[in-house]
Design a protein around this ligand. Structure first.
Ligand SMILES: Nc1ncnc2c1ncn2[C@@H]1O[C@H](COP(=O)(O)OP(=O)(O)OP(=O)(O)O)[C@@H](O)[C@H]1O
Ligand SMILES: [Mg+2]
Ligand SMILES: [Mg+2]
Length: 291
């Protein structure tokens, strides 16, 4: 079948692995830069033009949409949906997953464990916000942050107040979160496909670092999840409506706490840590659902 990978860079590890895994199974793999697609909308005839050519005959789409191009990327995914093409990530779920506040609300309603989190539109009263998050130490996160940048640990009330005031001065939107000390600078990434955890790794921050991001010098190892962790990851992906998801959790004294659910989880770290062909499993997922 013809499978489209929506990606802005064919050289990225995840993109090239998906192409490789699809070709190995005999599929025609096409990398399409969603940023360079034109959408043609007319009565009952949705179309998509890429590099001067109309794209037709596609059975499945695997979106790999970067955070900076969510709006247009989602429109392209939606266009494929209009063309009745199966997509590994639905446009609605993609939009939902990119809104941290909305995601936390959905996860909380589903009864999943979360670090206590405060989001405020009126953030000048910094003391109240810190109190509502349970008091220092707290983790303060820039809403637009990624790869661990814009995530700060405030050990005490004074530093929490000055950090919040500094972010306010920059008109940056932040969330304030209870600091989970027992996580000891580590988190868990569970890779979920079609309601099954296909691989999991534990990421450990470098010495003296509470952030476990690999981009911040952390290291990753394969891990066996407890039943509780596995169930939490599966449920988180389900309530977010994601067929493919990277669920990030902290291990705490009160069980797993979900940090976030990624809709375009990277393949490099998880394939290296687990030694598994996750790209191949994603292709199988598309095969099962596409015509
Ligand atoms: N409330 C918390 N308590 C303890 N550690 C935390 C907490 N929140 C985050 N961390 C640590 O900091 C790391 C980075 O935080 P987070 O994943 O929220 O931000 P990010 O990676 O920048 O954002 P994104 O994953 O959306 O790109 C986490 O992987 C985790 O190790
Ligand atoms: Mg993260
Ligand atoms: Mg993330």
């Amino acid at each position: 079948m013809k499978i489209v990978i929506l990606s802005q860079n064919p050289k990225l590890y995840s993109t090239s692995r998906l192409v490789e895994a699809g070709e190995k199974k005999g599929h025609e793999m096409l990398v399409v830069d969603h940023g360079k697609c034109d959408l043609v909308i007319e009565k009952k005839k949705p179309g998509l033009i890429y590099q001067g050519q109309e794209i037709t005959g596609v059975s499945g789409v695997i979106p790999r949409i970067g955070a900076s191009i969510t709006f247009y990327g989602t429109a392209v995914v939606r266009q494929f949906e209009m063309m009745k093409v199966f997509t590994a990530v639905e446009s609605q779920a993609l939009v939902r997953s990119r809104d941290k506040l909305r995601s936390l609300q959905i996860l909380s309603r589903a009864g999943l464990g979360l670090p206590k989190t405060v989001f405020s539109n009126y953030s000048r009263d910094v003391g109240t916000i810190i109190d509502n998050a349970g008091g220092a130490p707290v983790v303060i996160k820039l809403l637009e942050g990624t790869q661990g940048l814009g995530v700060v640990l405030a050990d005490n009330r004074n530093s929490a107040e000055s950090i919040l005031e500094a972010f306010n001065g920059l008109k940056a939107r932040v969330i304030v979160q209870e600091f989970i000390k027992e996580a000891k600078g580590a988190d868990i990434r569970a890779f979920v496909i079609d309601g099954v955890v296909v691989g999991a790794m534990k990421r450990q921050g470098k010495e003296g670092e509470f952030r476990s991001n690999l981009h911040r010098g952390g290291s990753a190892n394969i891990i066996e999840l407890t039943d509780e962790e596995e169930n939490a990851a599966i449920k988180a992906a389900r309530v977010m409506g994601l067929g493919v998801a990277g669920v990030d959790m902290l291990q705490s004294a009160r069980g797993p706490l979900i940090l976030e659910v990624n809709s375009s989880p990277g393949l490099e770290g998880i394939e290296a840590a687990t030694g598994k062909d996750i790209a191949g499993l994603m292709i199988k997922y598309v095969e099962r659902h596409a015509e």
